[in-house]
Design a protein around this ligand. Structure first.
Ligand SMILES: Nc1ncnc2c1ncn2[C@@H]1O[C@H](COP(=O)(O)OP(=O)(O)OP(=O)(O)O)[C@@H](O)[C@H]1O
Ligand SMILES: [Mg+2]
Length: 277
């Protein structure tokens, strides 16, 4: 049970951006991906969620076939909404505003849909026997009442220092850069996905907000979410401690290691890998 990326090569129109990326993210672990501007980090997150602008190149067949697996389910060809329902979440580097879509309503709908899907997944794995029927009955009513959901939403928003009245506003409309990032984290902790990718969640955050967002990452880890944090800075990794650090340069993962790798990057930059790429 993991998020497994195998030999993922991705093109944007005619240009190859990602080259045979392989990565395995186990539940409850934190992977940090660092790399220079334009290296392909956001492309990786977009390709994971199935952005149709990016094409997974399928020229390599057989043993090196590109694949993305979520807990053994091959999601490589699935549309974004199915990937989200199967438990993938992406916090955007530049979250977009959606005027007229209220934060609380959006989250309530997304929460219900994701729980319904998980109930289905769970039931299909336990088709036979009395135990399965009991499980199904127990899980078949996962939706919280509006009142219970709102209570949870307000509690989680408070933990992230998001004022309650923000929840009634349109998604990201007239939110500051840092507020948008905190709102991305709120969505993640509410949806509690199996695997979450945060693309530069730390950019533009003040030091207090940075600690709060890092707490959100730790909270997700405790709930067994496998997390990928894309970042340029070691500072968030002081608060949310990564199990693995990967360096993505020129569309390839050129190095993987522990937290010390992030320190090395902070001190020496990427020249060492750029020269060899
Ligand atoms: N829509 C697009 N049109 C043209 N080129 C694009 C497009 N999107 C991405 N690219 C190119 O793909 C490459 C990889 O971009 P990507 O956004 O994945 O980099 P990144 O590692 O996330 O960089 P950063 O650290 O600056 O966010 C870059 O050279 C970028 O210019
Ligand atoms: Mg990027």
């Amino acid at each position: 049970m993991s998020l497994i990326i195998k030999n993922l090569s991705v093109n944007l129109r005619e240009r190859q951006i990602l080259k045979e990326i392989s990565l395995e993210v186990a539940p409850g672990t934190l992977h940090a991906i660092m790399g220079p501007n334009g290296g392909g980090k956001s492309t990786l997150s977009a390709a994971l969620l199935g952005n149709s602008a990016y094409t997974v190149t399928d020229r390599v067949r057989g043993k090196n076939k590109p694949q993305i697996l979520v807990d053994n389910k091959d999601i490589t060809g699935l549309p974004t909404d199915m990937r989200a329902k199967l438990g993938l979440f992406l916090a955007f580097q530049s979250p977009i505003s959606i005027p007229g879509v209220n934060v609380a309503n959006l989250l309530k709908t997304a929460y219900q849909l994701s729980k319904e899907q998980r109930t289905k997944n769970h039931s299909s794995r336990h088709k036979e026997g009395l135990r399965a029927r009991k499980d199904q009955k127990k899980l078949h009513n996962p939706a919280l009442s509006v009142w219970e959901f709102n209570e949870m939403l307000v509690k989680e928003a408070k933990k992230l220092s998001i004022p309650q009245d923000f929840l009634r506003r349109s998604l990201n409309e007239a939110f500051s850069g840092g507020e948008k990032k905190k709102l991305e984290m709120l969505q993640a902790v509410i949806l509690s996905p199996k695997y979450a990718v945060f693309d530069e969640i730390d950019t533009g955050l003040d030091v207090d907000a940075l600690k709060i967002v890092a707490t959100g990452i730790e909270q997700l880890k405790k709930k067994k979410t496998g997390v990928i944090v894309i970042t340029h800075y070691q500072r968030i990794l002081k608060y949310a401690r990564p199990d693995f650090v990967h360096i993505l340069v020129g569309g390839r993962i050129v190095a993987s290691g522990n937290r010390n790798l992030a320190k090395e990057v902070e001190e020496n930059g990427y020249r060492k890998w750029a020269d060899n790429n």
